[in-house]
Write a protein that binds this ligand. Structure first.
Ligand SMILES: Nc1ncnc2c1ncn2[C@@H]1O[C@H](COP(=O)(O)OP(=O)(O)O)[C@@H](O)[C@H]1O
Ligand SMILES: [Mg+2]
Length: 601
């Protein structure tokens, strides 16, 4: 079981202990978000309390006006009336001013919290290891950063104020009524039971409803993101219809949950109005008799009725915002899960000095498994002398990429270690490791920006001359010059679109500029057609010279430039020799090689 967001949103059935754990986690996050603004928070609470208390004084002043000032005004003594009206107006003015400051401060607080949270999410998810990103899909990270953050922002932008002020208003109103007229308070108290029952029912139902709705909406987003990021596969397999149907189903689901929620509101709202009006009627009835008896002033009755009426006013808002509170709380739970994820490959506390690496790689009794699934490497030993070019071949799933990921420390072994020049990669700082070990994959990802900037990523701060000579070295210079704006072409703009082969060349130039001691190419050329591959092949030779290189190749054409071929099967090296020797032999590689040769003619 993992509570760290692995499938939080799919689960609606956390047990007690798990929910307590998750709630504590999100409280910690909230505390850490609010800690830097503690003073302003206290000021906001203070302003909120005072302004609400003054607002609640209104009806009491009216009672005073009717029962005390009015009789005197009838006797032509107007001072009291002026005093009461003056007090009423000042109270109203005070409420407005204090509310203004309250809203300003809370709005700023809310903005700061959302801003902080957004940044933390980005910085943290980016910092997390590849392990996290291979487990927690992009769609889900996007849902955290979008819909979850939005629901928190929404609550903070308005809902939380309403909720706090509304609850305080109800409390103060009840207290004022108790002080003013305990009998009417008792009548109001009698209404609390049906109110509590109705509200509880509503809460339980909507809680479940909103949870389902959120799951549905998060599925919707995820499915959308997955379909769009995989749009090529969708097109290739003509899956549009099927996706459309599936998506339609998800939308229908989402709509159904919404409709159910609207229905719940449709029952709650009228129920609330009914209880409110019945209470007012009861206060009027009981109070009316007492006025007739002479035991109650008309002013006090008027105030009691006003209090009873106003008591229910915030209830609907509270019920609505209670839900936005709940969805924000659950969003915060999920975000806190991501934020408490630790990088599975932590940066060393005291890194070993590591520069001018030679690139001697050594796997010592490495055992490795992913967080899910079986053990991939049992007791793996391998030595790659500095400067050697290795071709790693083997069937899909043999563990080739896993090996690459261990060298570049995307993952750590569970037993044994991987060393470079005798230093455990766990003791090398991220900065040094990223400089000395570069992995180029099939994706050859280009960031938005110019071609030059994309190459420059290999060595930030490199001059344009260095960028160009790197491009020349790997044979990318010519095609870059042919782009509309040469090196200044924006790779995401019209006309700047580059082919897969060209993208590959740009990422080779980037790697060349980085000039690492160890270079890993994981199927880096397999998405290329034969002419593009030829183009890349030439660049490859320059790229590999003078460094340790591990080339994982699908096509065996790359193998000829290797010093040594490793054939991998089920997490083991089963053949290991020079390419010519292996090709001439009778092993697995010889068979593969023959088949490949035959396929070329
Ligand atoms: N992120 C992952 N989580 C769990 N299992 C994985 C992960 N990546 C790869 N595997 C499993 O590890 C095995 C080796 O995969 P990999 O190293 O990618 O093989 P190759 O690159 O040789 O095709 C496969 O059985 C694969 O299913
Ligand atoms: Mg692979």
């Amino acid at each position: 079981m993992s509570l760290y967001g692995t499938n939080d949103e799919e689960r609606t059935d956390l047990n007690k202990e798990e929910s307590r754990f998750v709630r504590a986690r999100s409280r910690r996050l909230l505390g850490s978000l609010l800690a830097p603004m503690r003073l302003r928070l206290i000021l906001a609470i203070f302003l909120g309390v005072i302004s609400t208390a003054i607002r609640v004084a209104g009806p009491a002043l009216i009672a005073l006006g009717i029962d005390w000032a009015l009789p005197r005004a009838i006797m032509r003594e107007y001072n009291e009336l002026w005093i009461v009206v003056g007090l009423y107006l000042s109270a109203a003015l005070m409420t407005s001013i204090l509310t203004y400051y309250f809203l300003m401060i809370t709005a700023r607080l809310a903005q700061n919290v959302v801003f902080d949270l957004r940044n933390r999410m980005f910085v943290h998810t980016q910092k997390l290891s590849v392990e996290f990103h291979e487990r927690y899909t992009a769609g889900r990270v996007i849902a955290r950063q979008t819909s979850d953050l939005e629901s928190i922002a929404e609550l903070l932008a308005g809902g939380l104020n309403e909720l706090a002020i509304g609850a305080m208003f109800m409390f103060f109103t009840a207290v004022a009524l108790l002080l003013l007229d305990p009998v009417s308070f008792l009548v109001l108290f009698g209404a609390l039971l049906p109110l509590a029952l109705l509200t509880r029912w509503f809460q339980v139902k909507t809680n479940r409803g909103y949870r389902k709705q959120r799951v549905a909406s998060s599925r919707l987003i995820q499915y959308f993101v997955e379909s769009m990021t995989g749009i090529r596969a969708v097109k290739a397999f003509r899956k549009e219809k099927r996706n459309e149907k599936h998506f339609g189903g998800l939308v229908e689901d989402y709509r159904g949950h919404n409709a159910h929620l609207i229905q719940l509101f449709g029952i709650y709202d009228p129920g609330l109005i009914l209880i409110g009006n019945a209470t007012v009627a009861a206060v009027l009835l009981v109070g009316g008799y007492r006025v007739l008896e002479g035991s109650l002033g008309i002013g006090v009755l008027t105030a009691a009725i006003l209090y009873a009426r106003r008591f229910f006013d915030p209830m609907e808002e509270i019920a609505i915002f209670y839900n936005s509170y709940q969805s924000a709380a659950s969003a915060l739970e999920k975000i806190s899960g991501v934020l408490e994820e630790e990088p599975s490959v932590p940066e060393p506390q005291s890194p070993v000095e590591f520069d001018s690496a030679k690139g001697h790689i050594h796997f010592n009794g490495v055992k490795f498994k992913y967080s899910t699934g079986p053990t991939i490497l049992h007791k793996f030993d391998l030595e790659i002398p500095a400067g050697q070019t290795i071709a790693l071949v083997g069937t899909t799933g043999a563990g080739k990429s896993t090996l690459a990921k261990l060298i570049s420390r995307f993952y750590d072994p569970s037993l044994g270690n991987v060393t470079i020049d005798g230093v455990d990669v766990r003791d090398i700082s991220n900065k040094d490791l990223r400089r000395e070990v570069v992995m180029v994959t099939q994706e050859a990802y280009l960031f938005s920006g110019t071609v030059a900037e994309n190459i420059q990523l290999g060595r930030p701060g490199a001059s344009i001359e260095d960028v160009m000579s790197a491009a020349k070295a790997v044979g990318a210079h010519e095609f870059i010059l042919s782009l509309p704006e040469g090196y200044d072409t924006d790779v995401n703009k019209r006309g700047g679109r580059v082919s897969a082969g060209q993208r590959q060349l740009i990422s080779f130039a980037r790697a060349f500029l980085a000039n690492p001691a160890v270079l890993i190419l994981d199927e880096a050329t397999s998405s290329l057609d034969i002419p593009s591959e030829r183009m890349v092949q030439r660049g490859l030779k320059t790229l590999l010279a003078g460094r340790t290189a591990v080339i994982i190749a699908h096509r065996l054409s790359t193998v000829s430039i290797a010093d040594r071929v490793l054939v991998m099967e089920h997490g083991k090296i089963i053949e290991d020799d020079a390419p010519k020797v292996l090709a001439a032999g009778s092993g697995k590689f010889a068979k593969l090689y023959k088949a490949w040769k035959d396929s070329l003619v």
